[in-house]
Ligand binder design. Structure first.
Ligand code: ADP
Length: 560
């Protein structure tokens, strides 16, 4: 902004694009129209990668996945009124996952406020319910100020969503360049460490436990703490469990992973070291029957308000995951310690794992047709490039997939997440591909989940993104009928039986595959992953296929 000379004119759209670029917003996803079309062109002129999507919801999901993957908030821009309303789904999802993103909402002109203008809506008020920061811009000259606020709020402290409202007259107004305010560039997030006494207390608590368990959440992936967490596990030899998106912070094939004995591990741990994960529904609130009623908690989180939620923490480490784990490692340098190699805890975990692995292996080896989930997922796992980014959504598809598909690197799994949102997959996959050139993205979708944003396949083909979309098709939500009875309305859970979803990508010229026999799986998966563009594989499975028998419902009921 400072390079402009007096008398130069600049429009709001250009000021906004330059401000975003200055703040490290390198990717924008959106759907153009009134009043943001000019702004989208300005983004491209300023060197921001713009991806035009088919629906604002998918665009807002893409922006937050891009933020999580790049470490800076990335953006979504949408038209006024209904465009903003559609994108609210993304704001709420980002808030719930504690991921950064910036939503730029076009708005009707300020001079039409209250007059019933085209797509007029009280956008700031609505967005403020599902974001960390929401504000309208009232003067083009102050755009850099608001962008700095939006980025800082989104990125610093607990990450979250920001909303900026850009009325038509401000976005498209030309002002004297000398009037434009300057704003500081927001730094990467501060990395607070904790008092040494807290580190000592945490390690003393761990050493005093008989059955310690480390739980690694996606907060550690966001904190880029993978090297420190891996080092901690390797040096202490503590058993650990990754949450769904904590997978990959330590490679899933690590010998100390207790993933295959999850139920046993949670029920019998007498102390958990909770690293960047919340005791919400994903971890069954930390309560019985899934947890030991007397479980002790050592909790690391950047957000002080998360400490002690549902279960009081014996030791609180309120700080940044990477900084605090570095402190822990330094303490271990001074006073090395390892959990014993032989203990009843390790033996119990090993036998719990063996039992589960045996059941799953048998299901994976089942070559009958129509196939079950485990058979399909085995071949997906075996053909997945080691550094692929995986996206997963759907009920059984996601739950069973989590136990079979492996992640070897941090931030390589994106799924329905804390909010349990179905429909995120296509937006997430597009974001993963756009922000990681050269990597393959493999999106494993239930047929119902795919349906929420299936038209984004056109976006994938238009940008020639290396995404393999795999639909595990069981004809509905949680499984549908094999045929529809013409004399009855379709059951609520049914989708059209035997739908050929692969023809969606055919319509745009992408690679398509239909598979209903086990022997066809490997060739289709290999060909799809070897191509340089998008491919879609529709796999018809047994509509009655289910998870292996579970001791508990996925959704923990009341403790009493
Ligand atoms: P998961 O779904 O993997 O269990 P959650 O989203 O529930 O993970 O929890 C992630 C936690 O990580 C949040 O409570 C968030 O405040 C925390 N967090 C975010 N950034 C950091 C950071 N830099 N260091 C430590 N914790 C962080």
């Amino acid at each position: 902004m400072t390079t402009e000379t007096a008398g130069d004119k600049i429009d709001g759209a250009t000021i906004l694009a330059r401000s975003l670029k200055q703040q490290g917003v390198d990717y924008m996803f959106g759907v153009v129209g009134f009043p943001i079309s000019q702004f989208a062109s300005a983004l491209q002129r300023e060197g921001i990668t713009y991806t035009g999507m088919r629906n604002e919801q998918a665009a807002s999901y893409a922006a937050q996945a891009a933020g999580y993957l790049t470490g800076r908030p990335q953006g979504c821009c949408v038209v006024s009124g209904p465009g903003v309303i559609h994108a609210l789904a993304g704001l709420a999802n980002a808030e719930s996952n504690r991921w950064p993103m910036i939503l730029i909402g076009g708005a009707s002109a300020t001079y039409h406020n209250g007059m019933g203008a085209f797509q007029e809506e009280n956008q700031v008020q609505i967005a403020s319910l599902v974001s960390k920061y929401a504000h309208a811009v009232e003067d083009a000259a102050r755009i850099p100020f608001y962008v700095e606020q939006a980025v800082r709020n989104s990125l610093h402290g607990r990450p979250g969503a920001s909303y900026l409202d850009l009325p038509d007259d401000i976005l498209n107004e030309e002002i004297d360049a000398s009037r434009v305010v300057t704003a500081a560039t927001v730094s990467d997030p501060p990395r607070p460490s904790v008092p040494q006494a807290d580190i000592d207390a945490a390690l003393a608590a761990v050493k005093s436990a008989n059955n310690p368990l480390v739980i690694v959440g996606k907060g550690m992936a966001w904190a880029r703490a993978e090297h420190e967490v891996r080092d901690f596990i390797d040096r202490t030899r503590l058993p650990y469990l990754a949450t769904p998106m904590g997978k990959g912070v330590i490679p899933d094939d690590h010998e100390l992973s207790t993933a295959a004995a999850r139920t046993y591990a949670l029920q019998n741990a007498d102390l958990i070291v909770l690293l960047g994960a919340r005791l919400n529904w994903i971890l069954h609130f930390g309560l019985p029957p899934r947890f030991n009623p007397d479980v002790r908690v050592v909790q690391l989180d950047i957000a002080a308000e998360e400490i002690g939620r549902n279960v009081p923490a014996e030791v609180a480490l309120v700080g940044d995951g990477k900084a605090v784990m570095t402190q822990v490692l330094q303490a271990l340098d001074d006073d090395p310690w390892q959990y014993p190699e032989e203990s009843t805890w390790r033996t119990g975990l090993a036998s719990g794992a063996e039992e589960n692995i045996a059941i799953t292996e048998a299901m994976m080896a089942d070559d009958t047709s129509p196939m079950n989930y485990q058979r399909v997922l085995k071949d997906i796992r075996d053909t997945m490039p080691a550094d692929a980014i995986t996206v997963s959504e759907g009920a059984n598809t996601m739950d069973i997939g989590r136990t079979i598909l492996e992640n070897h690197h941090a931030r390589t799994r994106l799924d329905a997440g804390t909010y349990g949102t179905m429909g995120v997959g296509m937006g997430f996959a597009i974001a993963a591909a756009v922000t990681n050139p050269g990597k393959r993205v493999v999106a494993v979708e239930g047929d119902a989940a795919f349906g929420f944003s299936g038209m984004e396949v056109e976006t994938m083909v238009r940008y020639n993104l290396p995404i393999t979309t795999i639909i595990i098709n069981n004809n509905g939500i949680g499984g549908g009928p094999s045929t529809l009875d013409p004399d009855r309305p379709p059951p609520p859970s049914a989708m059209l039986p035997n739908a050929h979803y692969e023809k969606v990508i055919d319509a745009f010229g992408g690679q398509s595959f239909f598979v209903d026999q086990p022997k066809e799986l490997l060739p289709a998966l290999t060909a799809a992953n070897e191509g340089d563009g998008p491919a879609l594989i529709n796999i018809a499975i047994n509509p009655r296929a289910q998870r292996k028998p579970q001791q508990f419902q996925w959704h923990t009921g009341r403790a009493d």
